[in-house]
Design a protein around this ligand. Structure first.
Ligand SMILES: Nc1ncnc2c1ncn2[C@@H]1O[C@H](COP(=O)(O)OP(=O)(O)OP(=O)(O)O)[C@@H](O)[C@H]1O
Length: 571
């Protein structure tokens, strides 16, 4: 209801148009009866007068119908567009955990398919649904007024049609629910395999994926066919009931015509009203089916809108940047769908401006720890503090200004190189982009393009290599000029020479930035002020490279498994 408020004027006009068109349609057969009676009574004036009224009413019904569609469409499009935007904004407020729970595919289906269902429902609501009660009740009353003796025939028809209709609707409802779940599955599958099309192709998984897709698609088809069966049965069954009733009434009128000769004038309007009743009930039934389908969609949208973001920021806190120090105080964290904690009792302190390396075996929790600094998740226990503030009490804008996160997987968006770099800071000037790109070793390839920073980034950044994407992604992090910079294995696709240059630039040009470097290779963190060593979610050692070589067996093990020449930075 609140969504309709903005469109109050259109709603009222659509309703007025509905009433006008419904009442004018409804009164036409009654006028026809009057005309027939006037013909039998040889009353020429009445025939002409009612004939003109019949034409006028017909025209009014048409014009009102056109206005009705126009205003109904305005309401339906407007409300759906607002709802879609609200839902998208809500999804943007979700934490990682929230999105993982729904799945990206399901959220996409909700934003597109479910929204379409809702739009159709609103359209039908203002075109059909409100017209139905008027036409059903009106033609029912006229059927009885015209020939009261056979009132039971009308009641019988309505009872049979309604009974059958409810029976079918109940079965369809269950099917629509299952249909929607399969639709989510198909959308998830298509999204995943198309995004990962290179993997699918290189491992020759195409036929396998086609088979999986076909299975889901066939199931969807099965549901559609059953829904189609019901649809195909409903129409003829309803028509059969109506024509049997008409035949019965005409038969009874014919049988008693000698006693009631004027009954001959009611046959045509009676058939008219019965057919209006039949069609209206049928359309109402179909609209109800669409409604029950849309109702499921509405439920799925409501589920998104009612979901509370798992992470809530303090809107009243200052939006100014926080300091650069970072502290973990006895932090334990479990992923929403995880059984055991991924990080266990982690405590450490980092001063502003320090360079921190994080090393550990794969799966030891390095990225998870970094995600907690950016508050992509909240710990189960303990506190994460930045600039002395517990992250649970800070403002989101302040935190985003403070922490720049270069993710392990470099993701760019369609647009230009400049628009991607400016995601770090919307107001960054060209020279700032150039400086960041220089540090990230990205300028050389950007400047080779004729349109340099205006070079287009295609969808899913297909026109950039892995290494180029990583460099752009690092540059985007640097454009933000945040007090804290996290590089999560962000130089893995860079050659040794470029990686060294990036590190030198970070060391010399960002002396006041607290930099976290997560790396597989020890050479990448050798010069850090402090290195944190993770093992199976625990912080097992911390210190400089030299200290750790002396004190930490795990660090020594990692060191020894990597080629000594490479570790020492000799090429
Ligand atoms: N979104 C998630 N949901 C559930 N479990 C997760 C999720 N992300 C990571 N994990 C699990 O948490 C553990 C730590 O993962 P994390 O990515 O932090 O490791 P990592 O040390 O960064 O590894 P790598 O060096 O391979 O990137 C792994 O066992 C992983 O399976």
């Amino acid at each position: 209801m609140p969504h309709f408020k903005r469109y109050k004027k259109d709603v009222i006009l659509a309703l007025v148009a509905i009433f006008v068109s419904a009442f004018s349609s409804l009164y036409q057969p009654k006028l026809l009866e009057n005309i027939q009676k006037a013909i039998m009574a040889d009353n020429r004036d009445s025939v002409i007068r009612d004939g003109i009224w019949l034409i006028v009413l017909g025209l009014i019904a048409i014009v009102a119908g056109i206005f009705n569609v126009y205003f109904a469409a305005r309401v339906a499009q407007g409300v759906t567009s607002d709802l879609r935007e609200e839902t998208y904004a809500k999804i943007q407020s979700f934490s990682f955990g929230n999105i993982e729970e729904f799945s990206a595919g399901s959220l996409t289906t909700r934003l597109i398919n479910d929204m379409n269902q809702i739009m159709n429902m609103i359209m039908q609501l203002f075109m059909q649904m409100l017209r139905m009660p008027i036409l059903i009740v009106g033609s029912f009353i006229f059927c009885i007024i015209i020939i009261p003796r056979y009132w039971w025939a009308t009641v019988l028809m309505v009872a049979l049609i309604m009974g059958f209709g409810v029976f079918v609707l109940k079965r369809m409802n269950a099917l629509f629910g299952k249909y929607q779940v399969k639709m989510d599955e198909i959308s998830n599958h298509a999204q995943e395999t198309l995004q990962g099309v290179r993997v699918v192709k290189s491992f020759n998984q195409g036929p396998q994926e086609v088979k999986k897709f076909n299975q889901t698609s066939d199931k969807l088809n099965d549901y559609n066919i059953v829904i189609g069966y019901w649809f195909s049965a409903v129409m003829p069954a309803f028509q059969l009931i109506a024509y049997l009733v008409i035949t019965l009434v005409v038969f009874l009128i014919g049988k008693n015509i000698a006693a009631h000769p004027s009954d001959v004038t009611v046959v045509s309007p009676f058939v008219n009203y019965i057919l209006t009743l039949l069609w209206t009930i049928m359309i109402a039934g179909m609209t109800m089916m669409q409604f029950s389908r849309a109702n499921i969609s509405l439920g799925r949208i409501k589920e998104v809108l009612d979901t509370k973001p798992a992470i809530k920021f303090n809107e009243n806190a200052s939006t100014e940047k926080l300091g650069g120090s970072v502290e973990f105080d006895d932090v334990t964290f479990t992923y929403p769908d995880g059984d055991a904690p991924t990080l266990k009792d982690i405590s450490f302190k980092v001063n502003a401006g320090e360079m921190i390396g994080i090393v550990g075996a794969t799966g030891s929790g390095k990225s998870t720890l970094a995600q907690l600094i950016a508050r992509l998740y909240d710990p189960d226990k303990g506190e994460v503090k930045i600039g002395g503030h517990n992250l649970k009490n800070v403002n989101e804008t302040a935190l985003r200004k403070t922490v720049a996160f270069v993710l392990q997987k470099a993701i760019l968006f369609s647009g230009t190189v400049a628009s991607n770099l400016r995601q770090g800071n919307n107001r960054a000037k060209l020279h700032e982009l150039q400086r960041a790109a220089g540090m990230a070793q990205a300028s050389e390839f950007i400047e080779r393009y004729n349109d340099s920073y205006d070079h287009e980034v295609e969808e899913r950044s297909a026109n950039f290599s892995g290494g180029q994407k990583q460099r752009l992604s690092i540059a985007r992090g640097l454009v933000a000029k945040s007090p804290i910079l996290i590089l999560d294995d962000s130089t893995s696709a860079l050659d040794a020479e470029s990686e060294k240059k990036v590190q030198k630039a970070l060391e010399h040009e960002l002396p006041d930035t607290t930099t976290f470097i997560i790396a597989e290779k020890i050479v990448s963190v050798k010069n850090a002020d402090k290195i944190l060593v993770l093992d199976d979610g625990k912080l097992v050692a911390e210190g400089t490279h030299e200290e750790l070589l002396k004190t930490s067996p795990i660090y020594q093990e990692i060191y020894n498994t990597q080629k000594p020449r490479e570790v020492r930075g000799e090429n």
